[in-house]
Design a protein. Structure first.
Length: 245
């Protein structure tokens, strides 16, 4: 029995020709939380020489090579093919990648999905595309429609993640948010700024009071945090020391 990805998605590379592309595809899966990779009819030297980029070794070791497409998608409930559409007479509409609601409807996400990528040289054949419920096109230019295989896999995986079709874990790093500074702390900064500005001649006798009101309002509008106040206070203290105030 085939091992099913935890996300329900399987990436299938059909007749890949370059071991580096298989490794790059595996790395893309690892980047976006996918785990299941299958390779259909790879050239024997290509499959044996495949090396994964850092972080995707487990995916490559678990990847399966099968003889024909039916083995790779037989247990799938929804199959999506990727193609540039060039040099093909397609009998149905090509759906842009950025419309996942069309090529991957909600009912399809409940099941087991396969995402097919064709050979670097020829792409998916018309027969291979006939197994697909939907055909997707990455919106590349007409002058250069075909993408590198590894890059195409990465772009499609990103779109699945962006759409929320792939369950992703939140970032593990904790962000520390400093508390808002109280008025007493802000007034300490204000007092230091007043001394420095007065010493440098910025505060003119006639406009001193009005300028200081504007300065206090500016400090309040900045909504400074305790960390902000420490930084500003340290900068002004250094200037005071240098000016020998």
């Amino acid at each position: 029995m085939m091992k099913t990805s935890r996300s329900g998605f399987r990436v299938v590379l059909v007749r890949p020709r370059n071991p580096l592309n298989i490794g790059a595809a595996a790395r893309a899966l690892a980047n976006f939380g996918l785990h299941e990779l299958m390779v259909v009819a790879p050239h024997p030297p290509v499959w044996q020489e495949t090396r994964s980029a850092v972080g995707a070794e487990e995916i490559v070791r678990a990847a399966r090579a099968v003889g024909d497409l039916s083995e790779a998608i037989g247990d799938r409930t929804w199959v999506v093919g990727t193609t540039s559409g060039s040099r093909r007479n397609l009998d149905r509409e090509l759906i842009p990648l950025n419309k996942p609601g069309v090529w991957l409807p909600k009912r399809a996400r409940q099941g087991r999905v396969a995402l097919l990528f064709g050979s670097e040289k020829t792409g998916l054949s018309n027969e291979e595309m006939s197994f697909c419920h939907a055909l997707v096109r990455i919106p590349t230019t007409d002058e250069c429609p075909s993408m590198n295989l590894g890059q195409a896999v990465a772009v499609c995986c990103y779109e699945l993640a962006r759409e929320g079709a792939i369950p992703t874990r939140p970032a593990s790093a904790k962000i520390h948010h400093s508390d808002p500074a109280n008025l007493q702390s802000i007034e300490h900064v204000f007092a230091r700024a007043e001394r420095v500005l007065g010493h440098t001649g910025y505060l003119k006798p006639k406009s001193r009071a009005a300028t200081l009101i504007k300065l206090r309002r500016l400090l309040l509008d900045l909504e400074l945090t305790n960390n902000d106040v420490k930084i500003l206070g340290g900068i002004l203290a250094q200037i005071e020391w240098k000016l020998q105030l």
